[in-house]
Design a protein around this ligand. Structure first.
Ligand SMILES: [Zn+2]
Length: 98
């Protein structure tokens, strides 16, 4: 499956883009993300790091633990949590709330 390769390897995405086809980055990214986010269901959250560790990884990737990053890559719930933390952070940094 092409999808799977794209998720695992950022290079593949570039190649698709350079192929000259009008495949919107955004749409493609969304597709890959959705595929990815649902590919590793973990309803019991087995072996999941504490939510604070995921938040730290989103907040300060350099201080995040390697195993947490690794975990996220094969645990859909944590991946989504991480994504929502990232979005929240972006909003904050952009924000004129202060
Ligand atoms: Zn997890």
């Amino acid at each position: 499956m092409l999808c799977e390769e794209v998720v695992r390897d950022g290079e593949a995405e570039k190649q698709v883009r350079n192929g000259g086809k009008e495949l919107s980055d955004k749409k493609f990214g969304e597709m890959a993300r959705r595929h990815f986010a649902e590919d590793f269901p973990n309803p019991e959250r087995r072996g999941c790091p504490p939510i604070s560790a995921i938040k730290l990884l989103a907040d300060r990737p350099l201080e995040g633990k390697d195993w947490v990053l690794g975990h996220i890559s094969f645990c859909s719930p944590c991946y989504r949590d991480h994504g929502s933390f990232l979005r929240a952070l972006k909003k904050k940094r952009h924000g004129k709330c202060r």
